[in-house]
Design a protein around this ligand. Sequence first.
Ligand SMILES: Nc1ncnc2c1ncn2[C@@H]1O[C@H](COP(=O)(O)OP(=O)(O)OP(=O)(O)O)[C@@H](O)[C@H]1O
Length: 265
Amino acid sequence: MPESNREPIISIQGLEMNYGGKQVLKGINLDVYEGQIIGYIGPNGAGKSTTVKIMLGLIKGYSGRVRIFGKDISDGEVEYKAKIGYVPEIAEMYDSLTAQEYLTFVGELYGLERRLADHKAQRLMEQFGLEEVYFNRISSLSKGMRQKVLLISSLLHNPDILFLDEPLSGLDANSVMVVKEMLASLAAEGKTIFYSSHIMEVVEKISSRIVLLNEGNVVADGSFEQLQEQLHEGTLEEIFTELTGYHEHKDTAARIVSIVKEVQR
Ligand SMILES: Nc1ncnc2c1ncn2[C@@H]1O[C@H](COP(=O)(O)OP(=O)(O)OP(=O)(O)O)[C@@H](O)[C@H]1O
């Protein structure tokens, strides 16, 4: 069905946000449809996390309209959150809990019955090669293992929308392949995925649509092929640097090295 005939699963209209007098979102408009993998990219401070946190209901005080599953999220109903999974870039993970305790706790928060959460979590841990640490404390896990636990926690309740912030952070090459394949399968089944990352090669490959944010504005929106046609034949990295005006990376690197070398003798 063409998108114009479908209801967007997420609809953002005229979204603005100020922090202490500084406007960080300047009127974002975005309709997202079921089954899309949105590569949500932009320079540091562009407003990606702020937009995602508004959609998750974690930040109030914005202006504009945000509708998810057809309902305005400012209405105060929180049911929609049970159909959303979230992997933040930096997560508070209750280090003193074991992976089992953490995952069953999160599963229950999302409305799963404890035994089902436990059973699902254990089987997902096995698939990620973590069966031996299921009963270990999170504080004893490696960075990549913690990231896998976080990914599992976002998936346990079979959400319809997934917000992922650098989800491959710390994962080894084999696990990266599993997660990429898994995301493609989930999208093919109709799940919607918001994928924020600074690793342009991955975003280029996995996204069905790329939304580039710069200084609180959407400055590009389309499939990688459309962006190439409209803007620049080349890699996503090249499109990114062209649109965000960051061409001086060599000069900047040289200046940094020169400052680093300044030491008193
Ligand atoms: N709690 C806050 N208080 C004040 N300013 C904030 C706060 N959170 C974010 N900002 C500001 O809002 C702007 C957008 O930040 P945001 O975290 O959304 O950027 P981002 O695109 O996710 O960046 P990154 O790629 O570095 O994660 C930045 O200028 C940031 O300093």
